[in-house]
Design a protein around this ligand. Structure first.
Ligand SMILES: Cc1cc2nc3c(=O)[nH]c(=O)nc-3n(C[C@H](O)[C@H](O)[C@H](O)COP(=O)(O)O)c2cc1C
Length: 192
């Protein structure tokens, strides 16, 4: 198993998938990783819908502004924020911020776990919320935060660059660049 720095550095969005299924054990590991994520007050104000049905994946791809590459991925993980669960303790801040953060962190953990297991993923955020809720049969007070597509990658994966760290990581005060020494050279992409 690669270490976490290698997983983070080598992860790229994957938009082409082989037809291979996601192993059941791996899927369980990915979901356990998601559930191990921190959450505000440990309330886990999110839900995950695992979608494997081909027709439903097609529908999700259409609801995501026709991003049809999604349908190739054998598994879609739909992360839903559950605002009222967080609001019960944290009020408006729980509903408007923490539940979205809880869902986002869980999706991130799932994504990294999937890459550690040799799968490719893509974080999809462009979709019609109401359509996604309808397709997965979720109550309309939930907020779809991300659909993570999971599958074995096919073909070459596009590399991406990042902004130079000095332009957005600061030391003590906003605007004073953090003096960064590249520690992940050879692993991480140019820019950072
Ligand atoms: C909030 C969010 C929304 C995104 N939405 C989409 C999307 O709808 N479709 C897509 O193909 N990629 C989407 N992405 C993936 C980004 O395009 C991708 O992460 C970015 O270009 C950097 O590329 P990399 O992931 O290969 O490093 C999204 C990523 C994030 C974090």
């Amino acid at each position: 198993m690669p270490d976490i720095f290698e997983v983070m550095a080598r992860r790229r969005s994957v938009r082409r998938y082989s037809g291979e299924e996601v192993d059941e054990r791996d899927l369980n590991l990915i979901l356990e990783a998601a559930c191990s994520a921190p959450s505000a007050g440990n309330l886990q104000a999110y839900e995950i819908v695992v979608v494997r049905d081909r027709r439903r994946r097609m529908e999700l791809a259409r609801a995501s502004l026709n991003q049809m590459f999604m349908a190739q991925a054998p598994v879609h993980l739909v992360f839903l924020a559950y605002p009222s669960r967080s609001a019960a303790i944290y009020g408006r801040r729980g509903a408007r911020l923490y539940s979205l953060q809880d869902a986002t962190i869980a999706a991130t953990f799932a994504m990294l776990a999937a890459h550690a297991l040799g799968y490719g993923t893509c974080w999809v955020g462009a979709f019609h919320d109401e359509e996604v809720l309808r397709i997965v049969g979720a109550p309309d007070d939930r907020i779809p935060v991300a659909i993570i597509t999971v599958g074995r990658p096919e073909g070459s994966i596009l590399t991406t660059s990042r902004l130079k760290m000095e332009s957005f990581v600061f030391e003590e005060e906003h605007g004073r660049p953090f003096r960064h020494r590249a520690m992940m050279k050879g692993l991480i992409r140019p820019g950072c």
